[in-house]
Write a protein that binds this ligand. Structure first.
Ligand code: GLU
Length: 455
């Protein structure tokens, strides 16, 4: 059975790169009816915070990786496997595959004359029974890693020092704990970030030294920003949660993340999860770095929003509407909103004018629209508003007529009216907005704008 795992070290936020790795693993588990194991690598005490684990679980759930699914296993905690880590270290030492070492960094430096050189093997054959534990790496030959994404990667053994697998206090290092956990959890495929490729020859040697067959390896490409720099949490927007909180739809996010390094194999990129799963192959993942293009993600999200059935769009809008806003009024403009936004957080600026006593005036819009003849246009339209029928067509004809009286085309004549009604120069179509707002309230806003203009 295919058993994959996602093994984050909690940091308090969920990196989009982690989300991409998790999705690749999830796709493999789903297509083979295998298992997806969530393992929290919490051995570093600072990472041992229950709320961080909850954050990981809820971020995973948001992208469709649900604890409730029958293929989901865990969460398991690395810290609960301390006994197994110790046993593995003891076994490797007993078998002569590892040895105790009491050298300090200064000792090594004094002997080799360099800070940067690897360990010199001083304790290899001293037969010590305490201290840190180092793995005895082969002196010659190469360790060959077969990676499904990167092909055959060779690591010369003489470039690999006898690396530490346990500290003097017995606590294991990442390379060891990570392998022992994968052994315990019967992991068949290790699919993870490229940054771990350098650990892989060491880990493969550990698997072999423990008398086991290593898993299938696949290292997925680094994600970079538009300057081709690796995404970093200090510089780039990397938290999955921030996209969620901005109103990205999870299905758009999932679709976009899957394309970071992988392609659908067809000329359409927009594809639902259920269709991507059977097509996904690690062998088709491109090893070169993947560009996280936020503009493209936005465009994807806009497409996903527009593809929602209207009722569904209205339901998804709910968290973005203020409690006091009238839902029937919103439902009347929802379709217009749906075609105009790329992320759900943009709903607010499009519709708030319908629910507030006065529109929120955007100063730049005001300055742009309230130029010469703005007052005449507003006055003229105010007069028409008393009698005109309030369907969009009649409302439009009336404004065309007012504009013509002042030598202005509709586009120009609309600007002051739009700002008076909505507070902004861009937004929902003006005449539909007036229709929904109603004659009285629209007239009151035009009067208020006139007063403001005079003041
Ligand atoms: N805990 C490691 C990390 O967060 C993952 C290691 C692995 O996937 O093997 O980078």
């Amino acid at each position: 059975m295919i058993r994959v795992r996602f093994a984050p070290s909690p940091t308090g936020m969920f990196h989009v790169g982690g989300a991409r790795s998790a999705l690749f693993n999830w796709a493999l588990a789903e297509q083979a009816d295998g298992r997806f194991v969530l393992r929290i690598e919490d051995t570093d005490a600072a990472r041992n915070r229950p709320e961080w684990t909850e954050g990981i679980i809820s971020a995973l759930a948001w992208i469709g990786i649900s604890e409730k699914s029958p293929i989901f296993e865990g969460p398991y905690f690395q810290s609960s496997y301390a006994e197994q880590h110790r046993e593995a270290v003891a076994k490797l030492a007993a078998d002569g595959r590892a040895y105790y070492c009491t050298c300090t960094r200064e000792d090594v430096k004094a002997r080799t004359g360099s800070e940067h050189q690897g360990y010199d093997g001083f304790c290899r054959d001293r037969g010590l029974t305490e201290g840190a534990v180092r793995f005895r790496t082969p002196d010659e030959g190469v360790t060959v890693v077969e990676d499904l994404v990167r092909g055959t990667v060779e690591f010369p053994n003489n470039a690999m020092e006898d690396f530490v697998i346990a500290r003097g206090d017995g606590s294991p290092l990442f390379v060891l704990a990570n392998v022992v956990d994968d052994v315990e959890m019967r992991i068949s495929h290790v699919v993870r970030a490229e940054e771990h490729l350098s650990n892989t020859p060491k880990q493969q040697l550990l698997w072999e030294a423990l008398g086991l067959t290593p898993p299938v390896w696949a290292h997925v490409p680094v994600i970079v920003n538009e300057k081709r720099q690796k995404l970093s949490k200090r510089r780039d927007k990397v938290a999955l949660e921030s996209y969620r909180d901005e109103g990205y739809l999870p299905e758009a996010m999932v679709n976009y993340l899957m394309l970071l390094g992988w392609g659908t194999g067809e000329d359409r990129e927009i594809m639902p999860w259920s269709e991507m799963v059977p097509r996904f192959r690690l062998e088709d993942v491109n090893p070169s770095s993947a560009f996280f293009d936020e503009k493209k993600l936005r465009a994807f999200n806009g497409e996903y929003i527009r593809a929602l059935p209207l009722e569904e769009f209205v339901a998804r809008s709910e968290p973005w509407l203020e409690p006091g806003w009238d839902r029937e009024t919103y439902a009347r403009v929802a379709e217009l909103v749906q075609t105009r936004i790329a992320v759900l957080s943009e709903i607010r600026d499009n519709v708030d004018f319908l629910f507030l006593d006065e529109p929120v005036f955007d100063q730049a819009s005001w300055d742009k629209a309230m130029k010469t003849s703005a007052a005449e246009i507003l006055t003229g339209y105010l007069a028409r508003l008393e009698t005109v029928a309030t369907d969009p067509n009649s409302l439009k004809t009336a404004l065309e007529e007012v504009g013509a009286e002042h030598g202005l085309k509709l586009g120009k004549a609309q600007a002051p009216v739009r700002v008076a009604i909505t507070g902004r120069t861009v937004g929902l179509p003006l005449f539909e907005s007036i229709e929904v707002l109603g004659r009285e309230r629209s007239a009151a806003r035009i009067r208020a704008a006139l007063a403001r203009l005079e003041a």
